[in-house]
Design a binder for this molecule. Structure first.
Ligand code: CA
Length: 225
């Protein structure tokens, strides 16, 4: 069971989502504007946000950005978009949304996405406070050690930070710009191509286990579990 905040201005769709999420055992609340959604974060403390991109007051991508900059920055976001809103969808993913469904979607499909995102979020928790893992990779944050399929992998400090960043944000698209600012530091005088080069080297060092870092063409990278 999870607390799910639905930000959706279409009343029928909002009601349908609320009904089905509750039937699936979740606690759900629907708000009709982006501002109301932002306003409910601290009170409702959602485990997941379903975010319509076309809202009457603020663009959904902007709502995603505001969520990622606030206290609820870690809450997973699934965007609900129309097929024609591709630019907004990419923007939303760049801003840190975890997944999206395209209207019209089946409720069953949406519930599966919700379940998958919540599961990934659960897995994101460190194993015992210092170990992070995904797929065949285990990273020890204190000893600065990485193992892939049980074998030690020697990484540079930067590659270690890069991998740690992915492990801390499973299933969430990381744009090159985000990685540059979070791994290299915001003032780093390098281009986004540098990110690609380092990811390539990191993947090579991890061997087959490195396949969990997936390329999202035109956007960035994502850790898949
Ligand atoms: Ca709408």
């Amino acid at each position: 069971m999870a607390r799910i905040l639905v930000i959706e201005d279409e009343q029928d769709l909002g009601t349908l989502l609320e009904y089905n999420l509750k039937a699936d055992g979740h606690e759900a609340e629907v708000v009709r504007t982006g501002a109301a959604g932002i306003g409910r974060l601290s009170g409702f403390k959602p485990d997941l946000v379903l975010l319509d991109l076309m809202l009457p007051d603020i663009a959904g991508s902007e709502v995603a950005r505001l969520i990622r900059e606030g206290e609820s920055r870690r809450v997973p976001i699934i965007m609900v978009t129309a097929r024609s809103e591709e630019t907004d969808r990419v923007r939303g993913l760049e801003l840190g949304a975890d997944d999206y469904v395209t209207k019209p979607f089946s409720v069953k499909e949406l519930l599966l996405r919700v379940k998958a995102v919540l599961r990934r979020q659960g897995e994101a928790a460190p194993v015992d406070g210092r170990l992070l893992s995904a797929g065949d990779i285990v990273l020890d944050t204190e000893r600065h050690e990485v193992k892939a399929r049980g074998d030690a992998v020697v990484l540079t400090a930067l590659e270690f930070r890069l991998l740690k960043t992915f492990l801390e944000r499973p299933g969430r698209v990381q744009t090159r710009e985000t990685l540059l600012s979070d791994v290299w530091g915001i003032d780093a005088d390098i281009t986004t191509r540098t990110v690609d080069t380092h990811i390539k080297r990191l993947r090579e060092k991890l061997g087959p286990a490195g396949d969990i870092i997936e390329t999202i063409r035109g956007v960035g990278y994502k850790l898949v579990g």
